[in-house]
Ligand binder design. Structure first.
Ligand code: NAP
Length: 557
């Protein structure tokens, strides 16, 4: 039977439109989810704040933005024709190419007709009598849905610190996470970049080439390894294509981070020092995130970790000519990898340029922004433009912006006041039929996001199919299953070095945010098995209720 046609959203509230599923966000999660839900014969409405598809890749247009997982792996695997036919041009595709890929996916599966752009979801209220969510969107319209899926992304809520005087700055202020669509030209300008995370580390070398003077304000030095980005040859692409089925299987099932790569069979201290340095050097030369995969205990054992951290610090000292600048750039505040390791092109060498200066704002925090300068340590640094590379309210920020009310009118923000609580990162008890893609409590940001997105979308669509088969109208995580999962997530994290860093994984970059290690660190292979077993046991830890009949007209068996 053909799927029901989605009704348009009604702008008067008397009889709001109905749909089976409201999806919030049209990044990679929202796109794939829409495609899969249509396959179940469900009616779906996607609401997207941006003007087009792409999610984080729609907003993060800063110079040098590109993925840090190789594109042949940072791509969808659900359709072999798609992965065989799309030509990635570089080892790490630049942002415009990733955005073209998202657009291509939207066109290929005719997705845009169910997406409403430039539209924010303001609130979602669960009605316990009808078992339906009323979703309010930014133009005051509402839509009623059986299910709501938050495909809001983990790094989509750009965060600008509240610097005194910022609003009175007379030059232009940019945030890497919401960069303008038109090109920005820094030629002849004195530019300040605040922050030294991945976004800053990618953009600083390119801004330095344009700007007359670039001043980098660093609070915490970060570890960065060379990307060794390059054009992909036909032979390199073909090697992946010929072996895609196995590469994708291994990435999903056997890798912790969802990236196909050699698996280390020993710890760092099992090798003598010269062997260790050779191995680090080999990874440094080949480039990329897999640097952390040289040994199997770098995230677990501080002495092991110190060997890798020391190697990178030595590299920084060898590359950066000014000893004081090199000293400041050498990270000492956290074990390597416990903050997302950065992947760069010429980041450290950029500090050898005569027009680039590093200012230590750990010792001398920014006191205020003046109309034409940044004041730190009693000194005024004259500026024509400022770039805030200050990151995101990660993982929960975009969810928190929606006023979500579950059973008994409970606000999700109140429930999560002490930190996010979920079962499997997929649902939160008391909020029936509300799913989160790559939510807190799942591997998400610790993995190749495309692998985790596909796994969640597949699990959720299988779950909805199973509900329809059983005639269930609602599904909800039990409090007991959620408590147990939260404990497990914390237990696994505390066995690692990760909680030692003041990272955005811990919510530590947002003043007042509770410090909880948010992603699940058990690895995507282990996590997938757990989710599959839960489903195989009839959705153990979830309760299904009879609820109201679905709006859908058909369901694939
Ligand atoms: P980030 O890693 O959170 O870095 C933000 C930077 O701003 C940090 O250096 C931080 O210092 C600084 N900062 C924040 N508030 C500040 C304040 N009040 N005063 C002074 N400095 C302040 O953000 P990001 O660079 O945008 O990266 C976030 C994540 O996005 C990455 O970890 C990565 O997962 C992802 N990303 C990926 C790519 C890629 O795929 N290649 C590129 C960009 C981003 P502290 O460290 O002291 O807090």
């Amino acid at each position: 039977m053909a799927a029901a046609q989605p009704q348009s959203v009604q702008t008067r509230s008397a009889h709001p439109a109905q749909t089976d599923v409201v999806v919030v966000g049209a990044g990679f999660s929202g796109l794939y989810l829409l495609h899969k839900l249509r396959g179940l014969g469900l009616t779906v409405k996607v609401f997207e704040q941006g003007g087009d598809v792409g999610g984080t890749w729609y907003w993060n247009r800063y110079p040098g933005a590109r993925c840090d997982v190789e594109s042949m792996q940072y791509s969808f695997s659900f359709d072999d024709d798609l992965q065989q036919s799309w030509d990635w041009s570089e080892r790490y595709a630049p942002q415009p190419e990733i955005l073209s890929y998202a657009s291509h996916v939207a066109e290929r599966y005719d997705l845009r007709r169910d997406i409403t752009f430039n539209t924010r979801v303001e609130s979602a209220d669960f009605d316990e009598h009808s078992n339906r969510w009323t979703v309010k969107i930014s133009d005051s319209a509402s839509i009623v849905a059986q299910h709501v899926v938050l495909a809001t992304g983990c790094l989509s809520n750009a965060r600008s610190p509240d610097f005194k005087g910022l609003k009175d700055f007379k030059g232009k202020v940019y945030h890497t996470g919401s960069w303008p669509h038109e090109p920005v030209d820094f030629t002849g300008l004195r530019v300040g970049v605040i922050g030294t995370g991945s976004s800053a580390i990618q953009s600083i070398p390119l801004i330095a080439e344009q700007a007359e003077q670039l001043t980098v304000f660093q609070r915490t030095a970060n570890f960065s390894v060379p990307a060794r980005n390059a054009k992909l040859t036909d032979a390199e692409r073909q090697k992946f294509r010929d072996n895609y089925a196995e590469i994708r299987r291994v990435a999903r099932e056997e890798m912790k981070n969802g990236i196909y790569q050699p698996v280390p069979d020993r710890g760092a201290l099992d090798d003598p020092e010269d062997t260790r340095r050779e191995k680090y050097q080999a990874r440094w030369t080949s480039g990329g995130l897999t640097f952390m995969g040289v040994y199997n205990n770098l995230g677990l054992d501080l002495s092991a970790n110190d060997t890798a951290a020391g190697f990178i610090r030595d590299k920084i000292a060898a590359i950066v000519e000014d000893p004081e600048t090199a000293r400041l750039l050498q990270p000492n505040s956290h074990p390597v990898g416990t903050k997302r390791i950065c992947v760069d092109t010429d980041y450290y060498a950029t500090f050898n340029r005569p027009n680039v200066k590093l200012v230590d704002i750990k010792t001398h925090p920014i006191e205020e922004i003046l109309p034409h300068a940044v004041r730190s340590g009693g000194k005024d640094y004259e500026m024509d433009a400022l770039v805030l590379a200050t990151g995101f309210d990660a993982m929960t920020g975009s969810v928190a912006k929606i006023d979500i009310r579950g059973r008994h009118g409970q606000a999700l923000n109140d429930k999560w006041a002490e930190g996010p609580r979920t079962y499997l990162g997929l649902m939160s008890a008391g909020f029936p039929n509300l799913f989160i893609i790559t939510g807190p409590g799942s591997p998400s940001v610790l993995s190749n996001m495309l692998v985790s997105i596909e796994q969640h979308v597949d699990w959720i669509t299988d779950c909805l199919a199973s509900m329809r088969k059983r005639g269930a109208g609602t599904i909800e995580a039990t409090r007991a299953a959620e408590d147990k999962w939260v404990d497990h997530v914390n237990e696994v994290a505390s066995a690692t070095l990760y909680p030692q860093a003041n990272s955005w994984y811990m919510g530590a970059n947002v003043p007042g945010k509770p410090r909880i290690f948010m992603p699940y660190i058990g690895g995507v292979g282990v996590y997938r098995k757990i989710c599959d077993e839960v489903a195989a046991k009839g959705y153990e830890g979830f309760e299904m209720g009879a609820g109201a009949a679905s709006n859908a007209t058909a369901i694939a068996s």
